[in-house]
Design a protein around this ligand. Structure first.
Ligand code: PEP
Length: 251
């Protein structure tokens, strides 16, 4: 089964609206012929600007999180309806920085994922091990727990449309990339876990990205791996030329 690659930028807490305007304006012509699906996940305050600028282009706009609750007393959170009203299409859930600094757990990731699916947002669910976990041989167990936790109670039909981003925590923002063999082996393991949960058809159709210091120099080799279906890109998504070179890795 062929899976369309998906390259998504994660701007994190970067880019004022003026900077977002400059970046997107420069990016649009550079990625207009991309074969891969192109997404930029931006801070909430940039979403309306990004949606307006990306209208009529091949760039889709995502958010960096979504609340599990529909509305109410959840200071600082943002609801799926609020995101949808702005034209948001994708949403990142369970990024390691959310897990590390803001107390996200597999249970909160699962709750957010269920809400995103119910509301029609397209989720990118992040999983990944720390360096300590990798070095102590726990990578497979950690990922199994994260994947089963994230998808708990979610049907095969709903799971099929979710994108998973495998992001080894030790490779995010560090300049250290997993080798293509490490990334391939680990992502193949995640796909096997999806197969155990949902069967071969869902597993073969599911898009699984690699994330962790992916850049114009290493993207080609990573994307040549059979189980790697795209990338979630932090630092390199903040520069139009760099991000376009990642997006156009096959050009
Ligand atoms: C990320 O934020 O998901 C990420 C992979 O960051 P970076 O590319 O900067 O490592």
């Amino acid at each position: 089964m062929s899976r369309r690659p998906i390259i998504a930028g994660n701007w994190k807490m970067n880019m004022t609206r003026a900077q977002a305007t400059e970046l997107i304006t420069a990016l649009k012509p550079l990625v207009k012929d991309a074969a891969a699906e192109v997404v930029i996940c931006v801070p909430y305050t940039d979403i309306d600007t990004a949606v307006a600028l990306c209208k009529g282009s091949n760039i889709k706009v995502g958010a960096e999180n979504v609340a599990w609750a529909e509305k109410g007393a959840f200071t600082g959170e943002i609801s799926a309806d609020m995101l949808l009203e702005l034209g948001t299409e994708y949403v990142i859930i369970g990024h390691s920085e959310r897990r590390q600094y803001f107390g996200e757990t597999d249970a909160s990731v699962n709750a957010r994922l269920k809400t995103a699916i119910a509301k029609g947002l397209k989720p990118i669910v992040c999983v990944g091990e720390t360096l300590e976990e990798r070095e102590s041989g726990k990578t497979d167990d950690v990922l199994k727990t994260q994947v089963t936790g994230a998808f708990d109670g979610i049907s095969a039909a709903d799971a099929a449309d979710v994108v998973i981003a495998y992001e080894p925590v030790w490779a995010i923002g560090t300049g250290k990339t997993a080798t293509s063999e490490q990334a391939e082996e680990t992502i193949a393991g995640i796909r096997a876990e999806v197969k155990a949960l949902y069967g071969a058809e869902v597993a073969e159709g599911m898009r699984i990205q690699y994330g962790g210091s992916m850049n114009p120099k290493n993207v080609k080799e990573l994307m040549a791996q059979p189980d790697i279906d795209g990338g979630l890109i932090g630092g390199a998504s903040l520069k139009a030329v760099d991000f376009s070179q990642v997006v156009n890795y096959d050009a």
